[in-house]
Design a protein around this ligand. Structure first.
Ligand code: CA
Length: 220
């Protein structure tokens, strides 16, 4: 009899603990463990599709040298664009990450130069740059060169090519923009690329489109 009472008590306590845990979990982490909550990213001065004060702000921290970023742009981004980016309440911004050294810096300077000189052509240049990344790219394979960047800018933008080429050198007028992006990468503890943040929440898996949709819907 006593053993039965004890068993009931233990069961009740266990149920209470589970219930408390569920309540706490729901309060703190409604989106389970697929993301990490942080500060909202400042998108001021960043290339942004949609309104800069949209209710939902999606930020990609990307690196033109990163094969996963190319893959993300070819697989996840088109879904995102079709489902959300043509409306009013969701925006998408791109911030440069410099994890792959000199070529990352060069590509970032190029994209910032285009954004400064001809912002309407930014996304066309951005896509052309990822398209130019060899499909089988290894991290050490050199493909971002000044010559290639000028070719891409000539094909996709109306920038002044001399000023653009100057922006790829030490005389660059957009060093500050690249440096600001690098500051945001550190501030938001970006550890891998691509990293996707939605209203300050970092997705643990940028390729988990269902988790992304859930977060967007919750914030809309
Ligand atoms: Ca930027």
């Amino acid at each position: 009899m006593k053993q039965n009472q004890l068993l009931v008590l233990v069961t009740l306590v266990a149920v209470a603990i589970v219930a408390a845990f569920v309540v706490l979990t729901n309060q703190d982490e409604p989106q389970q463990a697929s993301e990490t909550r942080g500060e909202h990213v400042s998108i001021q001065g960043q290339p942004t599709l949609g309104s800069s004060d949209a209710r939902v702000s999606i930020v990609e921290f990307g690196d033109y040298k990163c094969p996963s970023c190319k893959q993300w742009g070819e697989t996840i981004y088109p879904k995102l664009k079709a489902d959300y980016l043509d409306g009013q309440d969701v925006s998408f911004s791109y911030i440069n990450v410099l994890f792959h050294g000199q070529e990352s810096i060069l590509a970032s300077l190029a994209s910032e130069s285009v954004y400064r000189q001809d912002p309407d052509s930014f996304w066309a240049f951005h896509k052309a740059l990822y398209d130019a990344q060899p499909a089988s790219a290894k991290h050490d394979e050199v493909w971002v060169t000044e010559e290639r960047l000028v070719e891409l800018a000539e094909a996709t933008t109306d920038v002044d090519l001399v000023a653009f080429a100057d922006d790829l050198t030490e005389e660059s007028t957009v060093l500050e923009q690249v440096s600001r992006d690098d500051g945001l990468v550190k501030q938001h503890k970006v550890a891998f690329t691509p990293s996707i943040m939605i209203n300050g929440v970092m997705l643990e898996d940028p390729f988990d489109y269902e988790a992304m949709k859930r977060l967007i819907e919750e914030n809309r």
